[in-house]
Ligand binder design. Structure first.
Ligand code: HPA
Length: 283
């Protein structure tokens, strides 16, 4: 007989029970830290930390030294649960596998989730180092985490995406950025599979179809947060400018990481200010 594989719902319950067997901490905001936001980890008033490898049904890391950890604690007074380390489609995971950690955060009953990434800009107004609030996406990834039989206990079959990037969270991000004297762009993120960057002709096409930013993550995670009806805020850090397609410079990992380091500070400040305002609401 074929071994019974447990349903996604059962797997989420297994993982949630495992975490709850160690703590009754109740996180309110989930955070997925992209490149440049790792520094936030040091600012957490840590309650508990787990290596991904110890949590039931988490994907296995393919990159040694990038195992990742899940943390609970307080940031700017807000109770948070944090995914420090991301799984990408280009690493070979299916969309279902790579979104399991995001689903777990939603399953634990968080009220909202923040996601960050680095992205190339195809909008000429966006400069390297700018932070952009994502207002919508164009999904050009070849896999979809919602494909296959739907479990109504998790979410509905055909989730509506008209407010996929929660309007209220975007407004709060925008007003917080204005107070911080940051330019508050709101743009459309195009999600591609990677791992290569794009050709000049592709960057031109992405602008033509209505894109402002391009990257290799996030859209899959946003699909599951919408499936599970958890409001999501996505902020992108522009790492490379890809709009002057006649004069494109080569993009290197070093350059992306350098911009992520400097621009990441501003993005961290933005998240901390927003988390602080949620914490104040709870007082
Ligand atoms: N293309 C795709 N993904 C990216 C880029 C890019 O130019 N920059 C950072 N992530």
């Amino acid at each position: 007989m074929k071994p019974q594989t447990s349903s996604l719902f059962d797997q989420l319950n297994d993982a949630a029970e495992y975490l709850r067997s160690h703590t009754d901490f109740k996180p309110k905001t989930g955070l997925i830290l992209g490149t440049g936001l790792g520094g936030l980890v040091d600012k957490i008033e840590l309650h508990k930390k787990w290596d991904y490898a110890t949590i039931p049904h988490f994907p296995e890391s393919t990159v040694q030294g990038h195992e990742g950890s899940l943390l609970m604690g307080h940031l700017a007074g807000e109770a948070v649960i944090v995914l420090n380390g991301r799984f990408h489609y280009y690493e070979g995971y299916s969309a279902k596998e790579l979104t399991f950690p995001t689903r777990l955060l939603c399953h634990l009953g968080i009220e909202r989730i923040f996601i960050s990434n680095v992205a190339g800009s195809v909008n000429p107004q966006y400069q390297a180092g700018h932070v952009v609030i994502v207002k919508d996406h164009i999904n050009m990834q070849p896999d979809n985490p919602l494909r296959g039989p739907n479990d109504d206990r998790i979410g509905i079959r055909f989730p509506d995406l008209t407010n996929a990037y929660d309007r209220k969270l975007r407004e709060l991000a925008s007003s917080t950025m204005s107070k911080m004297k940051m330019i508050a762009h709101q743009g459309v993120y195009v999600g591609l599979q990677g791992p290569n960057l794009e050709t000049a002709a592709e960057y031109k096409m992405l602008r033509t179809i209505g894109g402002d930013l391009v990257g290799m993550s996030t859209v899959q995670e946003v699909l599951v947060t919408n499936h599970m009806r958890v409001p999501v805020l996505v902020t992108s850090l522009v790492s490379n400018e890809c709009h002057d397609v006649g004069n494109l410079c080569e993009t290197t990992v070093e350059q992306v990481l350098e911009v992520a380091k400097t621009g990441g500070e501003k993005l961290q400040e933005l998240w901390l200010a927003m988390l602080g305002s949620f914490a104040d609401e709870n007082l």
